[in-house]
Design a protein around this ligand. Structure first.
Ligand code: HEC
Ligand code: HEC
Ligand code: HEC
Ligand code: HEC
Ligand code: HEC
Length: 308
């Protein structure tokens, strides 16, 4: 997988990006290339050409379904400022109840027979995104059941997501996700949740992302910012964090019931970030002189995207 925006060097990439995402595992003269091994990133490309690392979720030797059904299996990668799903889950009522009584639930039922209300009382990541439930089939494709790509700068449908466009129809997938909720909640509760979530997505897109994107386009056009490298100007970092950090947290928090992430770590931070961006833009526009371009520490590597 191509993962280099030129901001990091080999060692930062191997110990950072590749650890979660995986990379193409290279073997030369019967030996693993240490820049690509060890590697348990989900998107690993194995030497035989097969895709993925099963041990990202089912660790070696045990290969346990029970382990993969628990949120901790996902939390290794789904955490932190830019994708805090495990923290969001822990804030939600679902996660609270899992913490309080999850140790008494039945975790090893056969796939398709793991039953809400009997084996477990609240959903884990796996229940909502992967497990068979209420007529929705078990799936290893975590893009299924999604109606949005809320990880993207401008929220788009999964089929329109440029890095990994999906072959799904968002209406069908939204139907499946609702079917998951309906195993335990009423239609009014379920529909109400998604109405608010979709409104949060529109609010983020229209009130925060689009106006800031328009402003930065103007600065690039007037040569007050430089497109030469993606993240070597202060304003570029601010624009990046707006969507990649607080912008995602607001959307993920609303999707998965964590108000602290929607508001304090999300919309509140976005308001502040937009003030910063607007203040810097105003200075550049007034002076008519481009801002400082940094020589980013530890940057390197080839940023040309290879053809697959
Ligand atoms: C801690 C694990 C982790 C690390 C480290 C990590 N990522 Fe990610 N990355 C993720 C997860 C999880 C997502 C999915 C985000 C979501 O949907 O919430 C993601 C999403 C992405 C995407 C798709 C999102 C988009 O909007 O374009 C790209 C590209 C990406 N990461 C690149 C990188 C690069 C480059 C690095 C290193 C500089 C990196 N990642 C480091 C876990 C990680
Ligand atoms: C993103 C995490 C994740 C990854 C990566 C993953 N699994 Fe799973 N797997 C799960 C979860 C969660 C379940 C339990 C689903 C359920 O509740 O029935 C599961 C269940 C299974 C099952 C039993 C259910 C079934 O569908 O038959 C098999 C077999 C399995 N996985 C094989 C694999 C293999 C082989 C790979 C690598 C190619 C892999 N898994 C990669 C999370 C994962
Ligand atoms: C080893 C790291 C790792 C683990 C463990 C992991 N993921 Fe991910 N996950 C990623 C990365 C990296 C991405 C983004 C790249 C991509 O979409 O292919 C991602 C993307 C996702 C997405 C978004 C897909 C999309 O199209 O936007 C979902 C949902 C998801 N994972 C759910 C899970 C669940 C549920 C588990 C646990 C059962 C899990 N992941 C375990 C690394 C991981
Ligand atoms: C109560 C069900 C539920 C639980 C539990 C849950 N999620 Fe989600 N998740 C959702 C919904 C709903 C969405 C938004 C779906 C859409 O796009 O319409 C979502 C979105 C996501 C996304 C964003 C994908 C994107 O790029 O837009 C990721 C990644 C993800 N969940 C991972 C996880 C992980 C990891 C856990 C556990 C720590 C988890 N989820 C727990 C329901 C759940
Ligand atoms: C396995 C059963 C189960 C599933 C599936 C499930 N939930 Fe829940 N949910 C619960 C339980 C139990 C509670 C706690 C209710 C209470 O207050 O007693 C809860 C609470 C909630 C709350 C209230 C949050 C709070 O902080 O009080 C919301 C909102 C919610 N669920 C939405 C959803 C949505 C949306 C889905 C589907 C994406 C979903 N749930 C799937 C069992 C489930």
């Amino acid at each position: 997988m191509w993962l280099n925006h030129g901001m990091n060097n080999d060692i930062e990439r191997v110990t950072g990006c590749f650890y979660c995402h995986g990379t193409v595992v290279k073997v030369e003269d019967g030996k693993f290339d240490s820049k690509t091994w060890p590697n348990v990133g989900v998107g690993r490309i194995n030497p035989d050409g097969s895709k993925g690392s099963c041990s990202s979720c089912h660790t070696r030797h045990k290969f346990s379904v029970a382990e993969a059904r628990k949120p901790e299996a996902c939390g290794q990668c789904h955490l932190g400022p830019d994708h805090p799903q495990i923290e969001i889950y822990k804030e939600s009522k679902h996660g609270d109840i899992y913490d309080a009584e999850g140790h008494t639930w039945k975790w090893d039922s056969a796939p398709g027979t793991w039953t809400p209300g009997i084996d477990y009382r609240t959903p884990t990541c796996s229940v909502c995104h992967m497990s068979g439930i209420n007529g929705v089939a078990t799936s290893h494709d975590v893009t299924e059941r999604l109606a949005w790509e809320t990880q993207a700068p401008l929220t788009v449908r999964p089929s329109e997501f440029k890095p990994w466009p999906a072959k799904t129809d968002w209406r069908t997938e939204r139907g499946k996700m609702k079917q998951v909720c309906l195993a335990c909640h009423s239609p009014a509760w379920t529909d109400g949740h998604f109405e608010y979530f979709d409104a949060v997505v529109a609010n983020y897109n229209d009130v925060y992302y689009k106006p800031m994107k328009k402003l930065s386009d103007e600065l690039y056009e007037k040569k007050l910012m430089s497109k030469e490298k993606p993240l070597d100007e202060k304003l570029e970092i601010d624009l990046y964090e707006l969507w990649h950090h607080e912008g995602r947290r607001a959307r993920f928090g609303a999707a998965m019931m964590a108000p602290d992430y929607t508001w304090w770590h999300g919309f509140y931070e976005m308001k502040k970030r937009c003030m910063d961006i607007e203040e810097q833009a105003e200075k550049l526009l007034k002076s008519g002189k481009p801002g400082k371009v940094f020589d980013v520490r530890g940057a390197g590597g080839n940023t040309t995207k290879p053809k697959f």
